[in-house]
Design a protein around this ligand. Sequence first.
Ligand SMILES: [Zn+2]
Ligand SMILES: [Zn+2]
Length: 211
Amino acid sequence: MRLQVFEFNMLPTNTYVVWDDSGKAAVIDPGCYGPAEQQELARFVDSEGLTVRHILCTHFHFDHVFGVPFAEAQWGLTCEAHGGDSWWAEHNADEVRAFGIPYPGTPPSIGKLLADGDVVRFGQTELRCIHTPGHSKGSICFYDAADGVLFAGDTLFAYGGMGRTDLHGGDYGELIHSIRTRLFTLPETTVVYPGHGPSTTIRTERMFHNL
Ligand SMILES: [Zn+2]
Ligand SMILES: [Zn+2]
């Protein structure tokens, strides 16, 4: 697997382009805000000669989906996310305004539903969906077992961090349960790519959480 990370929008949010030798790719959490960031993402995909097969959302908070309508139009796809975040799909524009941020264009809706255990395939790559509610009801992580890589969204951050639980659908107890039972049970060498900030490993985060 190869990947490229972009930091997009004002929060700032990690957008990942993931691909393999086949040239088939997935874009995870297209957070690009406005034309300059959209073009930065599109230019990278073109310069690497990639064919984007999936637009994947770890969850439907606005900072992770600002660029979804652009990505859908650019690559002729619909985004994929967990249905537990349907409230966010309906309320993203209001929530953005509550943050004092102008909404860039049309808010996206969830195109294709993903569930726990679903496997997303492109080229030789397989990403398994792990439902990890807590930061939001529909938070999912994408796990590539062959390469030992996890895209964790806002469920787990580097150096002992985890997503906030004070937004709609958040639940602290549920988040801790998801991290302990679904993520800390993965191999310790798994490299974790979060929705914000630097990458880490399951081994490092277990040490921070004293597990
Ligand atoms: Zn979030
Ligand atoms: Zn976020």
